[in-house]
Design a binder for this molecule. Sequence first.
Ligand SMILES: Nc1ncnc2c1ncn2[C@@H]1O[C@H](COP(=O)(O)OP(=O)(O)OP(=O)(O)O)[C@@H](O)[C@H]1O
Length: 287
Amino acid sequence: MIKVSGINKKIKKHEILSNITLNIEGIYGLVGPNGAGKTTLMKILSSLISMNSGRIEINGEDYTKGKYVKQNTLIGYLPQDFMVYPNITIEEVLDHIAMLQGMMDKHKRKTIINQVIKKVNLQGHENKKMIELSGGMRKRVGIAQLLMGNPSILIFDEPTAGLDIEERIRFRNLLRNLGSERTVIISSHIVEDIEFLCTKIGVLKNGKVLFEGTPSAMKAYAEGYVYEYNVSPENLDLIMMEKEVVQITEEETGLNIRIFSLEKEVDAMPVAPRLVDGYLAIVKGVK
Ligand SMILES: Nc1ncnc2c1ncn2[C@@H]1O[C@H](COP(=O)(O)OP(=O)(O)OP(=O)(O)O)[C@@H](O)[C@H]1O
C-alpha cells in the first residue's frame, strides 16, 4: 500500500498538484483529463522529480525523501515514451540494462533475460531490433527491463496509448498478470482502458483529487443520469447537437445512442451506468 498525503507541487508558480491524498493499492487506475497532473504525480512517486510538500509512505515506511531511488527492487517506472537505441536487438537492450544493474555473470543474465522475455510474451523476437517493433512490443520491452529488478511496485504512464485493439487486449492481460503479485499503477485519460482491470481508481483534474474508490463506487456516481435512445441514422446529427452522447452502437432496428443527462429524459430508457458514465459524472462535478 502506498499512502500519499498532502502532496503539493508547483512549477514556476503554477500549481500542478494540490493537496493530493490517496491510498494506492492493488491494480490502481489513475485517470483524469489531459493536463490533470497524472504524469507529475507518477514521477514524484518514482522519485524522478521532487515535491514541494507532502508525505509518501510505502507499506508503513516513510519514503518522502525518495530514499528508494537507487533500489530498483522497489519501484519500476515506465514512461509514456519508452525508447532505447533503435538499432540494437531486444536481447542486447536487456543484456545492457542487466549489466548496468550490476549483473556481471553472463549465464545469470541470460537466465533472467529469458525469464522476463517469457513474462512479457516476447519469445521468438529476441533478435529483432527495437526499430522493427510495434508500439506494443516496444512497451513490452520496457516492462521486461523493469522486471529484471523484480520491483514490488510498477508504475505505467499511459501504457496503452497508441496501441491497436489487439495489442490493448494483450496488454491488459499482461498488466492483470503483473498485478496479481505487485502493486501496479496505471495512468490513462481513457477510462475504457482501465475498465475490468483496476481494482481501485483515483480521479485527478486540474491537479486535485476528485474521487478515489472502487469501480462500482465510481459507476454509482452516474446512477440515474444514463439513458439510451433508439434513433434512425437521419436523426443522429440532431441528437448529437442536443445531447451528451457517450456511445453509439449500430443495431438492426437503428442506432442505439447512449447519453448522459442530468435532466430526466422522458422519451429514453434509463440504463445502468458503466464506468465511463461514473467518470463523466465525477469530472462534471455531479453530486
Ligand atoms: N516542467 C513543466 N513546466 C511547466 N509546466 C509543466 C511542467 N510539467 C508539467 N507541467 C504542467 O502541469 C500540468 C500537469 O501535467 P501532467 O503532464 O502531469 O498531466 P497529465 O495528467 O499527465 O496529462 P496527460 O494526460 O496529457 O499526459 C499541465 O498543465 C502541464 O502543462
